[in-house]
Design a protein around this ligand. Structure first.
Ligand code: HEC
Length: 151
């Protein structure tokens, strides 16, 4: 139980857009009391978009594994279409640049399944689409996203 809580907290802290900008209190702070000790933690509620991003990250970590071990790739996860509608932490982030990048990213993700022979190249192109949007929109997770690239 304690272990699980710590993992959740690590994810919440390690992945927010601006890791240092804690003054930007758009998120609701939630106090969590550890079940064993007296230690108190602060946790931030994730937006719908942040949760979708974590889902995309986890899914593509598995897809990378399937590509590198020549397993069946399955099909495009329709849940990724929520990129067009999910609520952002900063509503103003949904601008023409974001919408354009969202379309390009989804196209790149779909290409992985339509051309499985080029799966590795297409996977890396998809990761580059993550990075292209993040270069402008949300710098914090870039080092994490780069780890997805298949060498
Ligand atoms: C169209 C732009 C765009 C694309 C494409 C995109 N992201 Fe994001 N990402 C964002 C924005 C904006 C946020 C901030 C979301 C929020 O806080 O509401 C974000 C947040 C994140 C986060 C942090 C979530 C958290 O816990 O706070 C991770 C991790 C992430 N993205 C990974 C990825 C990965 C991996 C991909 C590709 C598979 C990807 N992103 C593609 C714009 C994008």
């Amino acid at each position: 139980m304690k272990k699980l809580l710590l993992i959740v907290l690590t994810v919440a802290f390690a992945s927010s857009c601006q890791q240092k900008n804690d003054n930007n209190v758009k998120n609701e702070a939630v106090s969590v009391k550890d079940s064993v000790g007296d230690a108190k933690f602060q946790m931030y509620e994730m937006s719908e978009m942040a949760a979708l991003m974590e889902q995309m990250y986890a899914y593509n970590t598995q897809l990378k594994e399937r590509i590198t071990t020549n397993q069946d790739l399955g099909s495009y996860p329709e849940a990724f279409n929520k990129l067009h509608t999910a609520v952002l932490t900063e509503a103003s982030d949904r601008d023409p640049f974001f919408n354009d990048q969202a379309i390009k990213f989804i196209e790149a993700q779909k290409m992985i399944y339509t051309d499985p022979i080029q799966a590795k190249d297409n996977f890396n192109k998809m990761v580059n689409q993550c990075l292209e949007c993040h270069a402008k929109k949300c710098g914090g997770p870039i080092p994490r996203i780069k780890k997805l690239i298949i060498p």
